[in-house]
Design a protein around this ligand. Structure first.
Ligand code: FE
Ligand code: CA
Length: 527
């Protein structure tokens, strides 16, 4: 099959320069018959003329050394077709998967037609990958009538099956937004064994091999493979791609120096790139610049912000508990208001302002990882408000500056989409977060988790009278957000799966919202 395919397609190779040994490398079937493409295929970061295609070759995906059971370089053919039969491949080419990058493949495609579906596959060692479907974005000046995107975050392998991903694929979205915690670096301990639906079965990830194997395990999941193969993804991370509650260069573990932590972080970041459909432009040594924008004609611009990598340590982190999120009161944590502390980092913050100022889109979707609108905790009964410092609530001066600048730049219809909190929220982001009479600058929707456990529902809802900026908060359901844009309106559905422990879980709509163009703030609508 693969040999016939190769012969048929060889004439269509653009450039046509293929050396004979490479041909042999594609055409020779693996003697051991082991599946090279068990980790599926993916695409991401669409442009009007292309996207990035991804796969990772592995014959033993969880091999302890993180090498996937492979060693030397492997020639890989890729094909992009205008239909799913591949009778009309429009682009084909060759690349090499190397052990240095865990035999991951990232192909940045250009030269295609805007705003249409394409199908793609890879061929190596006589094997053919599953076929993926993706889409180019419309031309920047195109009038686009509608756009559907789905949003997910927080998929702890051990806590359930990925039915949310399956139902997201069934929604036939134009694009998928993933907002962090794609893997979790730790496994649940013996005290939480009863919650485990399927074990990670590996020690906490701290090394390149450890992180690679967590991603490899996730990529074996059929529901996750299905969503990756259904539409392009735009991804950003949060903490668990490295370590719970880390902040910038600071581990949450007391006594770990930034130099030591950066070694671990760099390994985690490398594994992240190896397993995500990201463009090479994000690579910057031991850092990774994930802030970027993706445009969908005149209708929408996605502005992606990373709230984890570039920020200061959480406030009041010098105690015995080290640097991690915690609940603090102002009277015991004056650091919180220190104006020198940053959340986005100077480079990213400047870039975001420029990006929003230049945007001509009708909807400006800001995808990021941590709750922006804030939540005053436990303030009922006249007690002093307290804050969870791992979100923007730990960086209030940076937040006020961001929201004030957002108001001044005044891009059309800003809507913030957020992950991390394992719960659905609908928020008003106000110019002055402390003043409920202050104008709403943007709407915020927080997605729930794919599987990860939510915080206490009743306790958080009891705080809503003190938090008028939070219009809705439900922590009890796992699922995702689905959003439909047209020029006049954004319709948002909070989608919930029936049971994270059930691999065949069904889906239902918990709440539906509308945001009207020109009027920030969501309105609840009938389902
Ligand atoms: Fe999470
Ligand atoms: Ca998180």
């Amino acid at each position: 099959m693969a040999d016939a395919l190769f012969t048929a397609n060889r004439r269509r190779v653009l450039g046509g320069l293929i050396c004979a040994p490479a041909i042999l490398a594609y055409g020779r079937a693996r003697a051991d018959g082991a599946d090279l493409f068990g980790l599926g295929v993916a695409s991401g970061d669409p442009s009007p003329d292309g996207f990035v295609l991804w796969t990772r070759l592995a014959v033993d995906p969880l091999a302890l050394d993180g090498a996937g059971g492979l060693s030397g370089p492997i020639a890989v053919r890729w094909e992009v077709s205008a239909d799913e039969t591949f009778r009309r491949p429009v682009l084909t080419g060759d690349t090499v998967a190397s052990a240095d990058w865990a035999h991951s493949v990232h192909v940045e495609i250009e030269g295609l037609q805007p705003n249409r579906p394409y199908w793609y596959r890879f061929i190596a060692q006589g094997q053919q990958s599953p076929v993926g479907r993706t889409r180019t974005a419309p031309r920047h000046d195109a009038e686009l009538d509608q756009l559907r995107f789905v949003v997910a975050s927080c998929s702890h392998w051990e806590l359930g099956h990925f039915s949310a991903y399956r139902h997201m694929a069934d929604e036939n979205p134009d694009v998928v937004l993933f907002l962090g915690d794609y893997i979790y670096e730790y496994s649940l301990g013996a005290e939480r064994a009863a919650e485990v639906v399927r074990p990670y079965g590996m020690p906490e990830a701290t090394t390149l091999a450890g992180y690679r194997n967590r991603y490899a395990l996730h990529h074996t999941d059929p529901d996750l493979q299905r969503l990756h193969a259904a539409a392009p993804w735009i991804v950003v991370w949060d903490d668990h791609e490295v370590q719970d509650d880390y902040s910038g260069v600071w581990s949450k573990v007391p006594g770990v120096t930034p130099v030591d932590f950066l070694r671990r972080r760099a390994a985690a970041y490398k594994a992240y790139y190896e397993h995500m459909p990201l463009r090479r432009q994000v690579l910057r040594g031991a850092q990774m610049d994930l802030y970027r924008s993706v445009r969908y004609g005149k209708l929408a611009q996605f502005t992606i912000m990373d709230g984890r990598q570039h920020r200061s340590r959480q406030p009041c982190s010098d105690g015995p508990e080290g640097g991690k999120g915690r609940v603090v009161a102002d009277s015991v944590c004056l650091d919180r208001e220190d104006p020198s502390r940053t959340f986005l980092g100077f480079d990213q913050e400047t870039w975001v302002y420029d990006s929003l100022a230049q945007s001509t889109a009708q909807w400006n979707i800001i995808g990021q990882d941590l709750v922006m609108a804030g939540l005053r905790l436990g303030s009922a009964g006249g007690a002093e408000p307290r804050y969870w410092t791992d979100t923007w609530d730990g960086f209030p001066v940076a937040r006020e500056r961001f929201v004030r600048n957002l108001g001044a730049i005044n891009p059309r219809n800003p809507v913030v989409m957020t992950g991390d909190y394992h719960s659905f929220w609908t928020n008003d982001i106000r110019l002055d977060s402390r003043d409920p009479a202050s104008p709403t600058v943007a709407t915020e929707f927080v997605g729930t988790s794919v599987t990860s456990s939510g915080p206490p529902h009743d306790a958080l809802n009891a705080m809503l009278p003190e938090n008028p900026q939070v219009r809705f908060l439900d922590t009890r359901h796992r699922g995702y957000i689905s959003a439909d844009l047209d020029r006049r309106r954004m319709r948002t559905r909070f989608q919930v799966v029936s049971d994270r422990r059930d691999p065949m879980a069904t889906v239902a709509t918990l709440k539906a919202w509308a945001v009207e163009s020109g009027r920030p703030g969501a309105i609840e609508t009938s389902i």
